[in-house]
Design a protein around this ligand. Structure first.
Ligand code: 13P
Length: 329
């Protein structure tokens, strides 16, 4: 087993979230990635998924804006065209490699549609293997819907996140702790705030109970926003609501907070992040760990054509630069 000191874990967690850089989430499951490729008219295959992730990772000077890249198991085990394994190439490019280790969600019996995230069985052995192959950090995502979240589902997912986080740290891997409250629907800002508060309260209670070193984790939450089908509110209001919920539940020792984009347009999440970063009351660094907000337009530009790789990388780099600029406000 790899063992890293508490200081080393805290250094990695800070490296991921400080200095105006953020984390690129490129860890879509095989099913999700295949369907996104097919939506762009690209035949889904292991090679197409590899080529697309290689396009992202090898964009020129990506490390100026990106501190870490989250990969799924398939990509983690794949090689770039030059034969280098993805995690090795990422480190050589100045980007820490991370691995998504949850295995998806299933319904929690008796909880009216609330979900539990699976993947704890055998996790220690998988973490040992990922650490040995170069993983610096990991990700586990719990998923909540404002309409179905219950105190029990928040506690059950909080305990799973806490067991995952403690195991990661035992294996010298920094855990990204991701409790995502979905923004699909027409709910208002208050509903998002209430659900996010319930989720974060349960998660931090479980993390503390499990003895997780908070200075060696990265929290990956949603912004507190109205649902995507509701009337939008100004970015300043989103930032204020998000800060209020985080401030209530997230201890100051947490190394950093890296937000997911959740399906919001790139300009909107950059505006939310910029407004939050400008709030000097916050004790933790804030940055981004966006997926779709960074990559969707690049995937569309590429559309599977080798002739469009450079143009697609340009689109990716523009979005990463906008997000990094927002984080540095
Ligand atoms: P989005 O930014 O596309 O929501 O993805 C981030 C992520 O990693 C979700 O788990």
């Amino acid at each position: 087993m790899t063992t890293l000191t508490a200081t080393a874990l805290a250094d990695i967690a800070r490296q991921l979230t400080s200095g105006g850089r953020g984390i690129l989430a490129a860890d879509e499951s095989i099913k999700t990635m295949s369907s996104r490729l097919e939506q762009e008219g690209i035949a889904a295959s292991a090679t197409a998924r590899r080529d697309y992730r290689a396009l992202l990772l090898t964009a020129a000077d990506l490390s100026q804006c990106i501190s870490g890249i989250i990969l799924c198991d398939e990509t983690f085990g794949q090689d770039l065209a030059d034969g280098r394994p993805f995690p090795i190439a990422a480190r050589e490019l100045g980007i820490l490699p991370g691995i998504k280790v949850d295995t998806g969600t299933s319904p929690l019996p008796g909880q009216g549609g609330a979900l539990i995230t699976e993947g704890l069985d055998g996790l220690g052995a998988r973490l040992a293997s990922y650490a040995q192959r170069g993983a610096a950090f990991a990700k586990w995502r719990a998923v909540f819907d404002v309409h179905t979240i219950t105190p029990y589902s928040a506690r059950a997912n909080g305990q799973a996140l806490a067991r995952y986080a403690a195991l990661c740290q035992q294996h010298g891997i920094v855990p990204i702790v991701e409790p995502e409250v979905l923004c699909t629907g027409d709910h208002d800002l208050a509903a998002s705030a209430a659900a996010t508060s319930l989720a974060l309260g349960a998660v931090f209670e479980a993390l503390v109970d499990a003895g997780v070193q908070l200075s060696g984790i990265v929290l990956k939450p949603n912004f507190v926003t109205p649902g995507l089908d509701a009337s939008p509110v100004p970015a300043a209001e989103v930032a204020a609501a998000t800060f209020a919920v985080l401030n209530e539940h997230v201890p100051a020792e947490v190394a950093g907070i890296a937000f997911l984009s959740g399906g919001h347009p790139t300009a909107n999440v950059c505006a939310f992040l910029s407004a939050l970063a400008a709030d000097d009351r916050r004790p933790w660094p804030v940055t981004f760990s966006f997926g779709r907000a960074l990559v969707s337009a690049a995937l569309h530009t590429w559309a599977g054509s080798p002739a469009e790789v450079t143009a697609a990388q340009g689109v990716l780099l523009d979005n990463c630069a906008a997000a990094a600029q927002a984080a540095a406000e």
